[in-house]
Design a protein around this ligand. Structure first.
Ligand code: ADP
Ligand code: MG
Length: 219
């Protein structure tokens, strides 16, 4: 599903080599965690896998197709169709309700309004927030906001879900809710990459990898 071959990333403005000759194969339906210290390259790896950034050297195959050198509009379309993102800090739009936030990725896909709202409601129901559709982010707890973000990540039915530190800053109970939802997405057939510096969270994944100074090991 996801394959990196001799992948390297250098940020030219800082001169930092954030990924060094990374080889990674994530099969369809896998649940993989990636841990590593702050600055080890975890977010860089997520940005590459999520088509938010491109490699300096090496290849990236997504679903068997080489996506290393595609133009931005093609990357944007693939990203919108195939990838769901969950971030630390949720990144919900503050002026919108939970329902509107979840429906937003469907707007970008040109789905008609009635279908958008129906699918957003279903996605919010899956994360246990049917009663909160009209609430804005500032009216929700951190854990609830992250559940809205999970609903937004899966409303497009992406094959791949990428989560970057999704439990950071949450209390243990809310973090457990988030990890349980990721378990559920895995069982529903999504391919999941969980990036975390929390070793206990990483243990939820079937396969565990480790990043140190841009070098990936363990898989
Ligand atoms: P992590 O998520 O594991 O904390 P990052 O992938 O964010 O690590 O960063 C890896 C390295 O790349 C760090 O040294 C960081 O300073 C550098 N870096 C990250 N993003 C950028 C950027 N946009 N421009 C320049 N350097 C960056
Ligand atoms: Mg990071």
């Amino acid at each position: 599903m996801l394959k990196l071959i001799h992948a390297s990333k250098i940020y030219h403005d800082s001169g930092v080599q954030a990924l060094r000759d990374v080889n990674l194969h994530v099969a369809a339906g896998d649940y993989v965690s990636i841990t590593g210290a702050s600055g080890s390259g975890k977010s860089t790896l997520m940005h590459i896998l999520g088509l938010l950034d491109t490699l300096s050297a090496g290849q990236y195959l997504l679903g068997g197709a080489d996506v290393s050198c595609l133009p931005p509009h093609t990357l944007a379309r693939l990203r919108s169709e195939q990838i769901g993102f969950i971030f630390q800090g949720f990144r919900l739009l503050p002026g919108m309700t939970a329902l509107e936030n979840v429906a937003l990725p469907l707007t970008l896909q040109g789905i008609p309004r009635t279908e958008r709202l129906e699918r957003a409601e279903q996605a919010l129901a899956r994360v246990g927030l049917s009663e909160r559709t009209t609430h804005r982010p500032d009216q929700l707890s951190g854990g609830q906001q992250q559940r809205v973000a999970i609903a937004r990540a899966v409303v497009t039915k992406p094959r791949v879900v990428l989560a970057d530190e999704p439990t950071a800053g949450l209390d243990p109970e809310a973090a457990e809710d988030v990890l349980s939802l990721l378990d559920g997405l895995h069982h529903a057939g999504h391919t999941i990459v969980l990036i975390t510096h929390d070793r206990a969270a990483a243990l939820r994944a079937a396969r565990r990898l480790y990043l140190e100074s841009g070098v990936l090991s363990g898989g």
